[in-house]
Design a protein around this ligand. Sequence first.
Ligand code: DX5
Ligand code: ZN
Length: 219
Amino acid sequence: MSKTKIAPSLLAADFGNLQRDIELVDRSEADWHHIDVMDGVFVPNISYGMPVIKAIAKYATKPLDVHLMIIDPDRYIKTFADLGANNLTVHYETCPHLHRTLQAIKAAGMTAGVALNPHTNINVLEDTIRDIDLVLLMSVNPGFGGQTFIENTYKKLRDLKALILHKKTNTLIEIDGGVTSENAKALAHAGADVLVAGSFIFKSKNPIQTIHELKEITE
Ligand code: DX5
Ligand code: ZN
């Protein structure tokens, strides 16, 4: 059994058949549903908001891994907890009081994630890593699915792994953007605990089989 978690990103699902695609992920070997929330301000795209997530939560049986690409995420922490989010990830770049935000997420009953843009160095997390359940490394610039994986992510992954080992924390590492069967094995071996994949899964002929292959590759 693969210990690497696979989190299909619903951003690449067929929104006209959202229930079908959620149930597909639930039937598959995937571990989490990855839900991308974009505000058109922090990132140059708008995805979906509360009513759609409410509908997703109604059908989903696997944990909801919510990735907020929005400014001032503190305003919505309780709302996402009420919607049923299990993990809530905020961007480092949007949080001037990151420590406070992390405590608020945990107080609301969720695990707390921090996402780093491709240009943000790992060392900004040195003083908060003990409070972080999951670090999401963006391996593309956030805002769109279907982009090309940025190779410098491997270096960041190694640096982050070293920081986690040094500080002796249980923080999970999640890689998000451009994940395919080409890079999944190397990412898992370099220490990734969770791989997000959108286009590679949902644009494939047989998403359930593609998820199975990702699990197998990362064994
Ligand atoms: C991008 C999102 C990703 C995206 C990944 O801003 O955070 O989760 O859906 O899509 P792919 O796998 O197509 O790069
Ligand atoms: Zn994401």
